[in-house]
Design a protein around this ligand. Structure first.
Ligand code: HEC
Ligand code: HEC
Length: 480
């Protein structure tokens, strides 16, 4: 990886993993009233469908790849001094002007002072390669959020020249400084997006969206919980966004939150909202990638019967006649790591759900999350390892049989290789956790399931099956 692409994989951008829900009213019509989180806590069980705004798919892809929805970043001059060449395999079709020369996760635009800015776009977290092929919408399972982003922004500052560039860099540096303490994960590969979004809310007036360098409400705790980025193609079936289904209502609206890192005032949000429904239309048009290796069709057919019996009630059915239950299961029932759902529902994050309700992003339909996790659609699930909301289980083989789940593990990264037999990235199980590793470089590579929020327990629904049945089930999952 080049120096700058490493830098950019570390620099965090505003995200939409957050709280609140909105209906089909214009964002300007927010009632600015607080929500009573206890009253609006989303229940577990079925998630109702909500009407979505129509959008144009192709215009959405274009906006996703070219529009400046994240409006602050590194001045292009400094970017070029640091990174004179782009690897050809980082380019993607459908980009215009300067963007055609930039890596897919970066977008350029000219700011109001006439300075060209390069900023991270949605694909920083929502695209990755498997088997050499770049897949838009696949969650990035190798992003590195372990380091202090303000230190990296400071380093980039050495490459800035002249007054105009310095002013643009300073705007970006101030924002990154404010969120830096809240976005550093303990291991590479997992994502801090919800905490990042909450940290930004602490600095923005919910009604005017004016930025305050001093927090206006208490920021979230410094340690972000680890999140595995879900694939975009699941959104064609899901009635709500996010694991805790807090994203109920107008899904396009939630995408506006991806601009929060740089926002100053409500006008910019209106501009982004004008194409948000198109981006949503593009996202729901995406189909899961097909398994690119051989499948034993006889074994897979045997697995289908087991799937229908053991898994369909929660995850739906696939093939000719598709069904998807859209249900949230209480944490106690699924038994996976409770921290993400319980922190979001124990009252300690209510100020952020309240923020959304009072802001142009929210309205009277704003809700607080459900105390559980949605059973996600399993289309293309072969590609989405590591598994569970916190990415704690490195392969499908280990998800299906909990005895195989490593307590400590790390991805093989040089080169990284996908293993079609276990449905996961090549990794190694380790004997010791982060506490026993003195070298910080080596420590941050270790996924340590004893850390808070990183647990790999629960979801033991296939433990009781015999080896043959599990092998058949795994083969079937390759076909989804
Ligand atoms: C810093 C990383 C990051 C960036 C940048 C980012 N996202 Fe996300 N996104 C996430 C994470 C993490 C989640 C899951 C959060 C959760 O479920 O609680 C998520 C969830 C989503 C979902 C819901 C998926 C589902 O199945 O529930 C959609 C849709 C989405 N993002 C769209 C976007 C769009 C559009 C952009 C850019 C405008 C964007 N994201 C930018 C990290 C990111
Ligand atoms: C009682 C409902 C329920 C049953 C039964 C169930 N699951 Fe799940 N499943 C869930 C929930 C809830 C999650 C999300 C848990 C989390 O992320 O912490 C999940 C997550 C998963 C994931 C992780 C997806 C990803 O991309 O991270 C896979 C794979 C999966 N289930 C497969 C199965 C299979 C195969 C079966 C049948 C043997 C099954 N499930 C049975 C509720 C269920």
């Amino acid at each position: 990886m080049t120096r700058m692409s490493t830098l950019f994989s570390l620099i965090v951008v505003a995200v939409l993993a957050f709280a609140g829900a909105v209906w089909q009213v214009s964002w300007r019509e927010a009632p600015n009233t607080a929500i009573d989180a206890d009253q609006y806590r989303s229940p577990t069980g079925p998630v109702p469908a909500a009407p979505q705004r129509d959008g144009a798919r192709d215009a959405g892809r274009h906006a996703l790849l070219n529009a400046p929805y994240v409006s602050c970043g590194i001045p292009y001059g400094a970017y070029l001094r640091l990174n004179p060449q782009t690897e050809p395999d980082a380019l993607v079709t459908g980009r215009e002007g300067r963007n055609a020369e930039l890596p897919f996760a970066l977008t350029s635009h000219v700011n109001e002072d006439g300075v060209e800015i390069v900023s991270n776009n949605c694909l920083t977290c929502h695209a990755d390669r498997i088997n050499g092929e770049l897949i838009l919408g696949l969650g990035n399972a190798f992003g590195d959020f372990t380091q202090d982003p303000s230190r990296l922004v400071l380093q980039a500052g050495n490459y800035v020249q002249g007054k105009a560039e310095t002013k643009a860099w300073q705007h970006w540096a101030d924002r990154i400084d404010s969120i830096a303490p809240y976005v550093q994960t303990k291991t590479v590969g997992v994502n801090p997006a919800p905490n990042l979004t909450w940290a930004l809310m602490a600095h923005l007036d919910p009604e005017t969206l004016a930025w305050s360098q001093i927090p206006l409400i208490d920021p979230p705790p410094v340690d972000p919980l680890p999140i595995s980025v879900p694939p975009w193609w699941g959104m064609s079936k899901k009635n709500a966004m996010f694991y805790t289904t807090v994203g109920r209502g107008d899904h396009a609206r939630f995408m506006l939150l991806a601009s929060m890192l740089c926002i100053d005032g409500t006008k910019e949000v209106a501009e982004i909202d004008s194409y948000a429904a198109d981006i949503r239309a593009y996202i729901v048009s995406l189909e899961a990638p097909e398994f690119p290796f051989a499948i034993d069709t006889g074994l897979a057919a045997e697995g289908e019967g087991i799937f229908v019996r053991e898994c369909s009630a929660c995850h739906g059915s696939y093939g000719e006649e598709e069904t998807f239950p859209n249900r949230v299961y209480p944490v106690d029932e699924v038994g996976t790591d409770a921290a993400y759902a319980s922190d979001a529902t124990d009252g300690s994050r209510d100020r952020f759900f309240d923020w959304v309700a009072r802001s142009p992003y929210g309205d009277i339909h704003s809700t607080a999350p459900a105390p559980g996790y949605i059973a996600p659609p399993l289309d293309g699930v072969w590609a989405t390892a590591p598994y569970l909301h916190n990415g704690s289980v490195p392969s499908m083989a280990a998800l299906l049989f909990s005895d195989l789940r490593p307590k400590y593990w790390r991805h093989q990264t040089d080169p990284r290789r996908y293993d079609p037999d276990i449905l996961g990235w090549e990794h190694e199980a380790l004997n010791l956790g982060q506490g026993a590793e003195k070298d910080p470089e080596a420590r941050r590579q270790i996924y340590d399931t004893t850390l808070r929020g990183y647990g790999n327990a629960g979801h033991t629904y296939s433990d009781a099956l015999n080896d043959q049945a599990r092998a058949a089930l795994l083969e079937y999952l390759k076909t989804l």
